[in-house]
Write a protein that binds this ligand. Structure first.
Ligand code: XMP
Length: 326
């Protein structure tokens, strides 16, 4: 039997009861596969790796070693949430690596988007590899592969993604959610007790804010982007758009315009709002954000975020504009 093929008879997991049944089955299978050996997992904080982590913690507890690499391009509060949920609440064996300086130093002066992606992906593998080689007696590598990853590629988590791991890591794989669709992974995540916001988070590219801090990344503009993005997310949350809009974020280009603040000339970057709806990310339409809310977001970002003096709203559907700016 091809165990990378979802059996026709497999029921779609839509309820907590079905999720519990799946979890019980997987706990048994993982225990049988792993025995008393140790398993390593790159925990990004995204939906898939978080659900795998929670499932494996339930199955094998401290035999799971999670490594969370903060590449310095996370959204505000994301690494903190990983530490809070997995390190504290679930009492996981969690190694936290703050590699911000390594990534930002390598990215300094690099403006070309695909080179930025390559640097981020390559450095991620290096950092993860270094952490893995410090550990003794790891026999398995867990991955948050889901069924669309198998259908769309060769079964390895999208290679352009930061989650891609070294091919020469000779460890047997543990992939407990590889036959599940995204909606099922979420139902399982909730049944495992993960926070709703973590399980229903919007898609976030592997290179993170790196592809939204347009052109050559600088620490000050990255900081402004992160703060503006946090305000957008907070306002979408408060106004019922967070669960409705597929993907929303801020991009900050490497351009300054003149403004005025406290009676003085004030040069700053524009924050560009992008809020799109799609089913498959191949095409996308624009969310009609109420004007009143747009005004409030503009007011907050221009007053609360150092370095931003204008807010723009990107009305371009895909095609012709891609969802990300680079
Ligand atoms: P585009 O910009 O191509 O984006 O319309 C489509 C979807 O893919 C995400 N995206 C990425 N995800 N690594 C990822 O893991 C990347 O390099 C990357 N680039 C774009 C994007 O956020 C959107 O959901």
């Amino acid at each position: 039997m091809d165990n990378n093929k979802r059996p026709e008879t497999m029921e779609r997991i839509t309820t907590p009861e079905l999720a519990k049944r799946f979890i019980d089955e997987q706990v048994g299978e993982v225990r049988a596969q792993v025995g008393d050996k140790k398993v390593l997992l790159a925990l990004s904080g995204g939906v898939d790796s978080s659900v795998v982590a929670a499932l494996l913690i339930k199955a094998i507890g401290k035999q799971l070693v999670c490594v969370h690499v903060n590449h310095g391009l996370m959204r505000k509060g994301e690494s903190e949430q990983v530490i809070e949920v997995f390190g504290k609440e679930l009492d996981a064996n969690l190694i936290y690596v703050d590699a911000t300086d390594r990534f930002l130093d390598l990215l300094a002066g690099v403006a070309e988007p695909e080179r930025k992606r390559k640097i981020i992906g390559g450095e991620f593998i290096k950092v993860f590899d270094e952490e893995a080689s410090k550990l003794k007696g790891i026999s398995f590598l867990a991955q948050g592969t889901i069924y669309p990853d198998i259908l769309e590629s060769d079964g390895v988590k999208a290679h352009h993604n930061v989650g891609g791991l070294p091919e020469d890591m000779e460890m047997e794989l543990v992939e407990p959610v590889k036959l599940l669709y995204k909606d099922e992974v979420r139902v399982v995540g909730e049944a495992l007790g993960l926070p709703h916001a973590m399980v229903y988070r919007q898609p976030f590219p592997g290179p993170g804010l790196g592809v939204r801090c347009l052109g050559a990344i600088t620490r000050d503009r990255l900081h402004a982007l992160r703060e503006a993005d946090a305000i957008l997310r907070e306002e979408f949350d408060k106004n019922g758009l967070a669960g409705k809009v597929w993907q929303y974020f801020i991009a900050v280009p490497d351009v300054k315009s003149v403004g005025v603040r406290d009676g003085k000339r004030y040069e700053g970057w524009p924050a560009i709002i992008r809020a799109v709806n799609t089913t498959d990310a191949m095409s996308a339409t624009i969310e009609e954000i109420p004007y009143e809310l747009l005004h409030r977001i503009t007011d907050r970002i221009t007053h609360e975020v150092d370095g931003i003096n204008r807010v723009l709203y990107d009305l371009t559907p895909k095609p012709i504009g891609t969802i990300e700016w680079e």
